[in-house]
Design a protein around this ligand. Structure first.
Ligand code: SF4
Length: 315
C-alpha cells in the first residue's frame, strides 16, 4: 500500500517537472526534458558526491558520520556559495560521479555500515522527487537509515508535503530576512517569505523536539542553520527574531561562523571572513532571545570547512 501511494506521488512529481517545473519557488515552468530552468538541472539525476561526512551537528553525524548525497546544481545560486564547483549553473562533467538513483543506492549500501545509519540529501530541492525513489530503494535492500533533508530553505510547501513521509529530520538553512539582500546575493527577493512558509511547514510536520536513540543520534526533528555573513549582523538578528516570534525558542538552531570568501569580486563585505565583534553580537542575540537548544560554531571554523569535490570523500 505504502509503495503504491509513493509511486503515485513520484509519478505526479515527475509529470510536474516534465511538463512545467514548479519543483521549487522559482516556478520556472519549463519542461526539463528539453529546456533548463534557473537551476540548470535537467530531468536526469546528477549527483556529485556520495560520501561519509563527520562535520554535521553532533546528533546528526555522531562519531561515525553520515552518508551525504550531494546533488549537482542548485535552485538558489548564492554568489558566496562554498560548493560552487558542484552547485553552479554549469557543473563540469568530471564533478558528476553518479547519473542514476541505482548507482547512488549501491554506493550508499557500501558506506552506510561505517556510519551512524543516517543518510543526508544535500541540496535536494531541484531533484526532490528522487528522495522518495531512493528511500524506497534503500528499504528494498533492507536498509532503514534515518533520512535528513539538508536544504537551503528555498522550498515550496507542496514539495515538502511530497517528501514528508520519507524524511525524518529537516536540516534547513534560514539565510535571509532582508529581501534586498536575498535578491543581491541569491537572486531571490522572495526568499524570506518562501523560507518562512517552509519552516512553518517543517515545524508542523516534526515539532520542536529532537529525540535521540541510545547512541545520542537524532531520529526525528528539525535543526535550522543560519550562516552569519560578514557585514550583515542585522539580517542575522532579524532571522533569529523571526524564529523566536513565529516558530519557537525551543527550536534547535545551529549558528554557523564558517563563512570564507570562495572567490574574488564579491559584493559588499563578502570578500572577508567574519569579525569576532560581528559574530559576538549575533551570539548574544541568540541567547537574549531565549534560544537554549542548538549549537554555536567556533569562529575559527572558517579555516577548516573547505570541501573538495574532486575527491569522492569530501570534507
Ligand atoms: S527546480 Fe529548477 S527548473 Fe524547477 S522551478 Fe526550481 S529552479 Fe526552476
Amino acid at each position: 500500500m505504502f509503495r503504491r501511494y509513493s509511486l503515485h506521488i513520484v509519478l505526479r512529481y515527475c509529470c510536474i517537472v516534465m511538463m512545467s517545473c514548479t519543483c521549487c519557488p522559482r516556478h520556472c515552468d519549463v519542461d526539463r526534458r528539453v529546456k533548463l530552468g534557473f537551476c540548470h538541472a535537467s530531468m536526469l539525476p546528477e549527483i556529485a558526491s556520495v560520501s561519509v561526512h563527520k562535520g554535521e551537528e553532533p546528533p546528526i553525524s555522531g562519531k561515525k558520520g553520515i552518508v551525504n548525497i550531494f546533488f549537482a546544481h542548485c535552485n538558489l545560486q548564492c554568489c558566496f556559495c562554498q560548493n560552487k564547483e558542484i552547485s553552479g549553473a554549469s557543473v563540469e562533467s568530471d564533478k558528476v560521479f553518479y547519473h542514476s538513483a541505482d548507482e547512488v543506492v549501491g554506493r550508499v549500501a557500501e558506506l552506510l555500515p561505517q556510519t551512524e545509519n543516517v543518510v543526508g540529501f544535500v541540496s535536494p530541492s531541484h531533484y526532490a522527487w528522487l528522495v522518495p525513489e531512493m528511500v524506497e530503494a534503500f528499504h528494498a535492500k533492507g536498509m532503514y537509515p534515518t533520512i535528513v533533508y539538508n536544504t537551503n530553505g528555498y522550498d515550496t510547501v507542496d514539495t515538502l508535503r511530497m517528501v514528508a513521509p520519507y524524511v525524518d529530520i529537516y536540516l534547513p538553512d534560514f539565510k535571509y530576512m532582508d529581501a534586498s539582500l536575498a535578491q543581491r546575493y541569491s537572486h531571490a527577493a522572495d526568499y524570506p517569505q518562501r523560507a518562512q512558509e517552509a519552516l512553518i511547514e517543517m515545524l508542523a510536520q516534526k515539532g520542536t523536539g529532537l529525540p535521540t536513540d541510545e547512541n545520542d543520534i537524532a531520529f526525528r526533528g528539525i535543526i535550522v542553520r543560519h550562516l552569519v555573513l560578514p557585514g550583515q549582523v542585522q539580517n542575522s538578528i532579524a532571522c533569529l527574531q523571526w524564529m523566536a516570534d513565529n516558530l519557537s525558542t525551543r527550536l534547535h538552531v545551529s549558528l554557523m561562523a564558517q563563512y570564507y570568501p570562495p572567490q574574488d569580486n564579491l559584493p559588499d563585505q563578502l570578500n572577508r571572513t567574519l569579525l569576532p565583534e560581528e559574530y559576538n553580537q549575533v551570539v548574544a542575540a541568540f541567547h537574549d532571545l531565549g534560544f537554549t537548544r542548538g549549537w554555536v560554531q567556533e569562529l575559527s571554523a572558517s579555516e577548516t570547512y573547505r570541501p573538495d569535490f574532486s575527491r569522492r570523500q569530501s570534507f
